[in-house]
Ligand binder design. Structure first.
Ligand SMILES: C[S@@+](CC[C@H](N)C(=O)[O-])C[C@H]1O[C@@H](n2cnc3c(N)ncnc32)[C@H](O)[C@@H]1O
Length: 219
């Protein structure tokens, strides 16, 4: 019941372009990026019905990868024109020979303490000279949900003492450094909160999920 209500609420927000992903795609366009000419890759396709089906409407073509074969039918339904591959995204990223203009890593938060961190540096090898990178980041995590291994990984990746509270600007320093090491420069960035009214629901939700959009150019 709760899931159906949530889905209905999400669909209403989608209709009025009020979901975080649609606000982001509109903002990217407003900044002059010709998304309609972009080839996109979503490394974590899931069932395709949360953000990937919206991305598909904005780009020239889209490919998506997903490890769970049970998602395939739903991916085909929601992404009828997309190229779909079932398998391990990290392995496919290493093998990929073509390049894209838009890379999204809509990683799940619960199953991988490495978040999206291990897509780097391979991700840079598949980017065209001007590209959008879209990542799920988690600046705030309640200690109850931050496991010890994940805390250590976050400390190391972002170079911070407190892995439960990482200012977005501090995160950006890391992504800028990564880009620089791999021959790219961050031209601009912005973030959007993924959870509806997070500040009011903080105690229950226990983590702040923020989608980070980076526009990068090869130096
Ligand atoms: C947050 S969901 C993606 C939601 C999706 N983008 C959408 O719009 O509906 C994350 C997905 O990543 C998948 N996943 C986790 N590890 C993976 C891996 N190593 N390779 C490919 N997919 C993986 C999970 O099975 C899950 O379906």
């Amino acid at each position: 019941m709760k899931q159906t209500v949530n889905k209905l609420f999400y669909d209403i927000r989608r209709k009025f372009k009020l979901t975080p992903i649609l606000k982001e795609l509109e903002e990217i366009k407003r900044r002059g990026v010709p998304l309609e000419n972009f080839t996109a890759l979503e490394m974590f396709g899931g069932y395709g019905d949360m953000i990937t089906k919206d991305c598909l409407q904005y780009v020239k073509s889209l490919e998506t990868w997903e490890i769970n074969p049970d998602c395939e039918a739903s991916l085909k339904k929601h992404l009828p024109t997309a190229k779909i591959r079932i398998g391990d995204s990290y392995a496919m990223l290493k093998e990929m020979k073509t390049k894209v203009d838009f890379l999204s890593a809509d990683t799940a938060l619960s199953d991988n303490p490495n978040e999206h961190f291990t897509i780097f540096p391979d991700a840079f090898k598949i980017l065209n000279d001007k590209a959008i990178i879209m990542l799920n980041t988690v600046p705030e995590m309640h200690p109850d949900v931050l496991k010890k291994d994940a805390a250590e990984i976050r400390k190391k990746f972002y170079g911070v003492e407190d892995p439960a509270n990482i200012p977005i600007e501090k995160m950006i320093e890391k992504y800028k450094a990564l880009c620089k090491e791999n021959g790219f420069e961050v031209k601009w960035w912005f973030t959007t909160d993924r959870y509806f009214m997070y500040p009011l629901r903080k105690a229950r939700v226990k983590k702040r999920l923020v989608q980070l959009v980076l526009y990068v150019e090869r130096v």
